[in-house]
Write a protein that binds this ligand. Structure first.
Ligand code: GLU
Length: 575
C-alpha cells in the first residue's frame, strides 16, 4: 500500500517534468530553480549529485525515481507549489520592481570615520531574499564583501545568551530603547548600558563573551562569532575578517574606549575581563566581512526560529532568537528605531558600511547593501526598500490588525489563485442570491468599468462587449448587455448635473467600511482589466485607476505593482 503511494507520488513528480516518457537533468534543475530553491541547496545534495552523473542524457521514469527518492519530499514540495511562497516567480518580479524603483536614490553619504568606508564605492545596490523554506533571490550587488559593523551586535548578544545564559548576560546589559545616539555614554540608572545594539551594550556583551574563554586571544574569540555567522548562513560563502578595518577602527575608537572605561568604573567588567581584550573583540566583530547574499540566509535563520533553512541545522535556540529579534525591533535601526518600527514594523539591524538585515518572522530574511547613509546612519536605499516592501505586502507586524482591511496589500504566503478562487466563489454566490453587499460590489464594478471606458472615449458596442466579457470572467455569471447600455446612458446623462466620476469616487469612499479587502480589490480589478483591454494603459486611465484605488483605500504601491506587471507582460507596450 505504502509502496503504491510512493510510486504514485514519484510518478506524479516525473510526469510534471517529462515529455513523452522521458526528461533530462536540465529540465529537472530548471523546475527546481523556478520554485525558488537553488541547486546548491544541501537538502537536494543527493539528487543534484545523481543528476550531475546523468549528463544530458534522457531520464526515464524508473531512473527518475532512483535519482530523487532520497529527497522526494523536498522535491514534491518544490514541484507542487507547497513552499512558503508558492508563487515564487511572481514574488521575484515584485521584488525586482521594488529594487528598480529604489535604485535611482543617490542621497546620503558613506560613513567617513575610517578610510576604508569613506573611500568605498558608493554606488553598489544589492538585495537578497531567502524564505524560511530556503527559496532564494539575489539582485544586483549581493556578493560584495563589506564589514558587518553594527549588524554584528544582535548576534554577539545572541551568542552571549546561548553560551552564558539570559541571567548572566542581563546582569550587564538592559533591553530598553535608549533614545540616545548609538555611541552615547549615557547608561541606565542601574549603570547598565541600555541595550545590546548601542555601542555601550555591544561593548559589554563583547566583554561577557571574552570573559568566558580565558586564554583565548581576541581573534580566537572572534572566530567563534564568525563560526556562528557561518552556521547562520548555512555555510553559504566564507565569513571573512578585515584586518585593515580592525586597525582603523582601533585608531578611531576614542569614544568607544571612553565607554569601556566608564563601564569599568561604574559597574566593573564581566569576570574582571581585560578592557583591551573586550575592546578588541568588540572592534573585531565590527570588522567581520560578509555579503548581502550571506546576510539574507542568516536573517532567514532568525525568521525561521533559529533553524537555518538551507542546512536544516538548529543554529540558535528559538528562545534566544525571540529575544534577539525583540531587541532588534526596539533598537536595531539606531535613533530611528521607533519610527522604523511604526512605519515598517519589522525587526531589522543596520550597519554603517551600508548593510540592512531585515527579518519577516516565519516568512523570510532580507538583506540589502548600499553604502550611502541617512542622518541616522541607516542605508538610504535599504530603508527605502523596506518602506516600499511594506507598502505592497502584509509584512508590517500589525498588518494583521487592520480590521480585515490591509489596503489590499498582498500576502505572498497565499497563492493568489487560491485566494481569488475562494473569495470569488463567495461573491458570485452572494450576487446570485441577492446578498446586499454582493449586489453593491456588482454595481460598483459596473460603474467603475464604465467610468474607465468613458475616460478613454465613447461607449459603443465593442466596449460594451469587452466589459461584459470581463465581468463574466470575474464573476462567473453572464451580464445582460442592455443593463450595461442603460447604466452607460444614465452615466452620460448625469454629466450635466455632476461629474459621474466624482459621484462614483464619493460613493466608493462611503462604501469603504462595508467592503472587505477582496470586494474592494475586485472593483479595482474590473476597472483595471478594462483599462488594459486595448493593450495599453493611457495616462487618463492611469489617473482614474489611481483615484479609484485611493477612494477604495488601496495602497498606491499595490496598484503600481499591478501596472508594472501588466506592462512587463504586454507586448504592445514593449514594442
Ligand atoms: N564600528 C563602529 C563603532 O563602534 C560602529 C559601526 C556601526 O554603528 O555600524 O563606532
Amino acid at each position: 500500500m505504502l509502496r503504491r503511494v510512493v510510486q504514485e507520488v514519484l510518478q506524479g513528480l516525473f510526469d510534471s517534468v517529462a515529455d513523452q516518457g522521458s526528461t533530462t537533468a536540465g529540465r529537472i534543475q530548471e523546475r527546481i530553480e523556478a520554485s525558488g530553491l537553488r541547486l546548491d541547496d544541501r537538502r537536494l545534495q543527493i539528487t543534484m549529485a545523481r543528476l550531475a552523473e546523468m549528463g544530458d542524457g534522457p531520464i526515464d521514469g524508473q531512473t527518475f525515481g532512483r535519482i530523487v527518492c532520497d529527497e522526494a519530499l523536498m522535491l514534491k514540495r518544490a514541484f507542487n507549489s507547497q513552499l512558503v511562497i508558492p508563487e515564487w516567480q511572481d514574488f521575484c518580479a515584485d521584488i525586482h520592481a521594488i529594487y528598480k524603483s529604489v535604485a535611482p536614490d543617490r542621497s546620503g553619504a558613506n560613513a567617513d570615520y575610517i578610510p576604508i568606508l569613506r573611500d568605498a564605492d558608493s554606488e553598489p545596490w544589492g538585495v537578497a531574499v531567502c524564505s524560511v523554506d530556503g527559496q532564494r533571490l539575489a539582485i544586483g550587488d549581493v556578493d560584495i564583501y563589506h564589514s558587518i559593523q553594527s549588524v554584528s551586535k544582535p548576534l554577539t548578544y545572541a551568542y552571549s545568551l546561548a553560551t552564558e545564559g539570559v541571567g548572566f548576560t542581563h546582569q550587564f546589559v538592559g533591553v530598553e530603547p535608549s533614545g540616545r545616539p548609538f555611541n552615547s555614554l549615557e547608561l541606565l540608572p542601574d549603570q547598565r548600558p541600555y541595550n545590546p545594539c548601542v555601542n555601550a551594550g555591544a561593548i559589554i556583551v563583547a566583554g561577557i563573551v571574552a570573559s568566558a574563554t580565558p586564554g583565548l586571544n581576541s581573534r580566537q574569540i572572534t572566530q567563534k562569532l564568525m563560526d556562528l555567522w557561518s552556521d547562520l548562513c548555512g555555510g553559504l560563502g566564507d565569513v571573512r575578517f578585515s584586518e585593515e578595518t580592525m586597525l582603523s577602527e582601533r585608531e578611531t575608537a576614542d569614544t568607544n574606549f571612553a565607554i569601556a572605561y566608564l563601564l569599568r568604573g561604574r559597574m566593573g567588567l564581566p569576570r574582571g575581563v581585560d578592557l583591551h581584550l573586550m575592546m578588541d573583540v568588540y572592534l573585531s566583530c565590527c570588522s567581520i566581512e560578509m555579503t548581502a547574499r550571506m546576510f539574507s540566509v542568516a536573517a532567514a535563520t532568525l525568521a525561521n526560529g533559529g533553524v537555518c533553512p538551507i542546512s536544516g541545522v538548529q543554529v540558535l535556540d528559538t528562545e534566544v532568537v525571540k529575544r534577539t529579534l525583540s531587541v532588534m525591533q526596539a533598537a536595531g535601526m539606531y535613533d530611528n528605531a521607533g519610527s522604523f518600527t511604526i512605519e515598517i514594523g519589522l525587526p531589522a539591524k543596520s550597519g554603517v558600511a551600508g548593510a540592512v538585515m531585515v527579518v519577516v518572522p516565519n516568512l523570510m530574511g532580507i538583506a540589502t547593501f548600499s553604502p550611502r547613509l541617512d542622518a541616522y546612519g541607516n542605508s538610504v536605499r535599504g530603508v527605502g526598500f523596506c518602506r516600499e516592501l511594506v507598502d505592497r505586502f502584509t509584512f508590517h507586524m500589525y498588518d494583521s490588525l487592520s480590521g480585515g482591511r490591509s489596503g489590499c496589500k498582498r500576502d505572498p504566503r497565499e497563492s493568489q489563485t487560491n485566494r481569488k478562487k475562494r473569495d470569488l466563489s463567495d461573491l458570485r454566490w452572494g450576487a446570485q442570491c441577492g446578498d446586499r453587499t454582493a449586489l453593491l460590489v456588482r454595481e460598483r464594478m459596473l460603474n467603475s468599468m464604465l467610468a474607465i471606458t468613458l475616460a478613454d472615449g465613447e461607449i459603443e458596442d465593442p466596449e460594451i462587449e469587452a466589459m461584459a466579457c470581463i465581468y463574466t470572467e470575474l464573476m462567473g455569471a453572464p451580464l445582460d448587455r442592455d443593463e450595461l447600455r442603460r447604466l452607460a446612458g444614465s452615466m452620460v446623462a448625469q454629466v450635466a448635473a455632476a461629474d459621474p466620476v466624482d459621484v462614483l469616487l464619493r460613493q466608493l469612499r462611503c462604501d469603504r467600511p462595508l467592503l472587505d479587502d477582496n470586494a474592494r480589490e475586485l472593483i479595482l480589478e474590473s476597472a483595471f482589466r478594462v483599462a488594459c483591454s486595448d493593450g495599453e494603459i493611457e495616462p487618463q486611465e492611469d489617473r482614474l485607476l489611481r483615484s479609484l484605488a485611493e477612494a477604495l483605500g488601496i495602497g498606491a504601491g499595490v496598484l503600481d505593482l499591478e501596472i508594472d506587471r501588466f506592462r512587463r507582460c504586454s507586448p504592445t507596450r514593449l514594442a
